[in-house]
Design a binder for this molecule. Structure first.
Ligand code: ADX
Ligand code: SF4
Length: 247
């Protein structure tokens, strides 16, 4: 099924606006590649990360790309990973959880223990995502993400550049100001491959057991850890550091 765009991709104003945003992002990426080598994109293979992957391949190939394979991803995500390594002739570094820590986690909290408490869920994200992220970032001078302000209240004040004190390096969010429409306009304009789940109601894709489809009009992150209270649904990769809008 082809994803419908809510606007005319050939509208000259929209095209000019998109071209401006793409140029700004590409300039930022080339600048990062020059001034912060070695730098790397953390890719979940979501739509935003596919846009950044495409821009990196075209305009800033010195930036590396890595993904954290939690072991609980959707089959569609693994399919896309294989597809893009072939399409872009890319070497994506794939990181895995420590097997000792994972065995301990499962023994102590259960294979699907994340459904039982927020503490269990955070412990699982720590072992499967946050610790591998620390390894991915070791020795890097900067990392990049596909975070956008419009994704969540916790991301409303997201800067283009921030210092990641927890990991001790610069962090760039080149699409901070992009809308969801900008992301999809880029994907369509440049024929970028994307996760098939996006066409089945998944705007935001994480691990399979912890992600469900959303209905039209529902919050884009409503399908992530859907059984938890909204508001605190972050996995620890991106601590909010007071970025949240005051209530
Ligand atoms: S999460 O914190 O809720 O999981 P989200 O899915 O919105 O994050 O993704 C935000 C950004 O975090 C992505 O654009 C990507 O930069 C990074 N990210 C999330 N999951 C992964 C992953 N499995 N591997 C690498 N980077 C990831
Ligand atoms: Fe574990 Fe779910 Fe977090 Fe994935 S999203 S690491 S399965 S708790």
């Amino acid at each position: 099924m082809k994803r419908e765009l809510p606007f005319d991709i050939n509208d000259p104003h929209r095209r000019a606006e998109l071209a401006r945003k793409v140029d700004a992002a590409a300039e930022l990426l080339s600048d990062i590649a020059r001034r912060f080598e070695p730098a790397a994109l953390a890719s979940s293979l979501g739509a935003e990360d596919m846009v950044l992957t495409d821009i990196i391949c075209r305009r800033a190939p010195a930036i590396g790309i890595f993904t954290l394979d939690t072991g609980r991803l959707h089959a569609e995500t693994y399919r896309l990973l294989q597809q893009i390594t072939e399409r872009y002739d890319l070497r994506i570094r794939v990181l895995y959880p420590s097997s000792d820590a994972l065995e301990r986690l499962v023994a102590e909290r259960g294979i699907n223990g994340f459904f039982n408490s927020v503490a269990n869920r955070r412990a699982c994200c720590e072992v499967r995502k946050v610790e591998p992220l620390r390894r991915a970032l070791a020795g890097k001078r900067a990392w990049l993400t596909g975070l956008r302000r419009a994704q969540a209240a916790t991301r409303a004040n997201l800067p283009l550049r921030e210092y990641d004190a927890a990991n001790g390096l610069e962090k760039f969010n080149p699409l901070a100001e992009w809308s969801e429409q900008d992301v999809w306009a880029y994907i369509h304009a440049f024929g970028v491959p994307y996760n098939a789940l996006h066409d089945r109601g998944f705007p935001s894709i994480g691990c399979e057991p912890c992600t469900r489809a959303v209905t039209p009009g529902e919050d884009v992150r409503a399908g992530r850890w859907w059984w938890e209270e909204p508001g605190g649904k972050e996995c620890g990769l991106h601590p909010a550091k007071g970025r949240q809008r005051a209530a």
